[in-house]
Design a protein around this ligand. Structure first.
Ligand code: CA
Length: 488
């Protein structure tokens, strides 16, 4: 495919070169020809849940190595505080408020709450051109491995929304569920179908761990497509509940914790089983990087590693997002700030740290731009993300835009319907039950302890206007007054 396409354009290119209309170096500097793409998407991965992000327990030598050879973002954000909307944003490059996939599928109902949640979209629509479809159109081999969680549950047509109906040639383990029945073979709860990891290839034996099995198949896909451009979308079930680690790794961390010196120092991360789950992701990342080296394709493979929402942090369990406030399901930084690392070999910066805010929606346009591909214009006009190429080249580069969130739902963790905007160093949160706001300078006050709203009426107004204008622009659905509201 690569050879055919290149040859087809050679005569045209030569005419332009002869006429002096383009420099032979101009296009080469802009993009890499047919690079492979690997997205490594970790479920519920807290902002501090890697050694290079400051964990005081979890060991992540391979993720740290990826960061040392790429750009590590300190202000990387998920498009939502929960799973499905962020995954939809990953596939479309659009805000969840635009696709109306605004809660985890299938969400939950609060019939007596103050606000009535709008009807929302419990799937990834076929009207969009997913990043897999866009790349496939240009000859890429595509695979989805792991959690999908972008399809309706229990409906007759649910299989019409599998990864294989959204641009992926193969699907390994993707289905309607947001978590596995078990991480241990055979990956389901005893005597129950619920949450079984369906769509897995045959194989496996007692003692096998899900992440290792998925990685085996990711490596197979990479190896069998080493001679043509490929896109691997590897969405780990880790480190989402149920809390189950590989036995040897759990023991390893139990021992490590037992041997830690007792001191006045606060131990933030202290759950061996969770540490083991993070460690399994790291091992998988290591195996993938090793395979790319072995096949001699690492230099032509872009890797994007990120989380889908903040770490689950309920009274510091199973992880602790300190110094961020709260965790998964909440609008505060603990719910949306996630590890984000991008390695663009030979073009992007290496071993660099960027403080520029970036979001899940940016990966779609970044990948297209890196590959020098146009994608589908009808879809692209509604893509909300920005190409991160300027930041990958110069990690201090700023992007001239604001970032937004919209969650017209209640969450089991206690969050009420809300929206938010990050503009420069500031973040304004609007709570839809009474439209009150909070304002934080998240650069100076990363823990969001000091609400600046009461003393900053002008800035509040400016940011509120921006948030409202954005909601209008994307036609975000707002919750309405609930006639069945019962005050607690
Ligand atoms: Ca998640």
């Amino acid at each position: 495919m690569h050879t055919t396409r290149t040859l087809r354009y050679v005569p045209v290119l030569m005419v332009f070169l002869a006429l002096g209309m383009i420099s032979p170096h101009a296009t080469a500097a802009e993009h890499t020809t047919n690079p492979n793409f690997i997205i490594l998407f970790v479920d519920d991965w807290g902002w501090r849940d890697a050694a290079c992000y400051g964990s005081d327990l979890y060991e992540t030598p391979n993720i740290d190595k990826l960061a040392a050879t790429g750009v590590r973002f300190t202000n990387g954000y998920s498009a939502c505080t929960v799973c499905s909307p962020t995954r939809n944003a990953l596939m479309t490059g659009m805000y969840p408020g635009r696709t109306n996939c605004t809660d985890f599928i299938a969400g939950h109902v609060r019939p007596k709450a103050k606000l009535r949640v709008p009807d929302w979209n419990m799937k990834l629509d076929h009207g969009h051109t997913t990043i897999a479809e866009a790349l496939k159109k240009h000859g890429y081999a595509t695979a989805h491995v792991g959690k999908w969680h972008l399809m309706p549950r229990g409906q007759k047509d649910m299989n019409d929304y599998l990864p294989t109906r959204h641009g992926f040639d193969i699907n390994v383990g993707g289905n309607e569920w947001g978590l596995p029945g078990s991480y241990h073979y055979p990956y389901k709860r005893k005597n129950r179908y619920a949450r079984a990891v369906t769509n897995l290839p045959p194989g496996g034996k007692p003692g096998d761990y899900l992440t290792d099995f998925l990685t085996d198949h990711a490596l197979k896909f990479i190896a069998s497509n080493k001679d043509k451009p490929f896109f691997l979308n590897f969405c780990y079930y880790n480190v989402h509940t149920p809390l189950q680690g590989r036995v040897d790794l759990v023991k390893r961390y139990e021992k490590k914790l037992a041997n830690m010196p007792h001191s006045d120092r606060v131990q933030r991360h202290k759950l061996a089983v969770y540490a083991a789950m993070v460690h399994s992701v790291d091992e998988s990342v290591g195996r993938i990087m090793k395979k790319l080296d072995e096949l001699d394709i690492a230099d032509n493979t872009v890797i994007i590693l990120a989380g889908d929402n903040g770490g689950l942090d309920r009274n510091n369990r199973p992880t602790d997002n300190h110094p961020l406030r709260q965790g998964k399901g909440h609008v505060y930084e603990g719910g949306t700030r996630v590890p984000t690392i991008i390695r663009w070999p030979g073009k992007g910066a290496t071993g660099a740290v960027s403080h520029t805010p970036v979001m899940t929606i940016d990966f779609y346009p970044t990948m297209l731009k890196i590959a020098g591909l146009t994608g589908v214009a009808a879809h692209n006009k509604n893509v909300d993300g920005a190409s991160l190429i300027p930041v990958l080249r110069d990690p201090s580069a700023k992007l001239d835009r604001d970032l937004f969130w919209h969650y017209p739902h209640y969450h089991t963790g206690g969050a009420t319907p809300h929206g938010a905007v990050r503009s420069g160093d500031y973040k304004l949160i609007e709570f839809y039950e009474d439209m009150r706001v909070e304002l934080y300078n998240v650069k100076q006050d990363i823990g969001e302890k000091n609400d600046l709203a009461p003393k900053s009426p002008n800035l509040v107004q400016t940011l509120r206007d921006k948030l409202h204008a954005w909601r209008k622009k994307i036609d975000a659905q707002m919750p309405t007054k609930n006639p069945n509201y019962v005050r607690n």
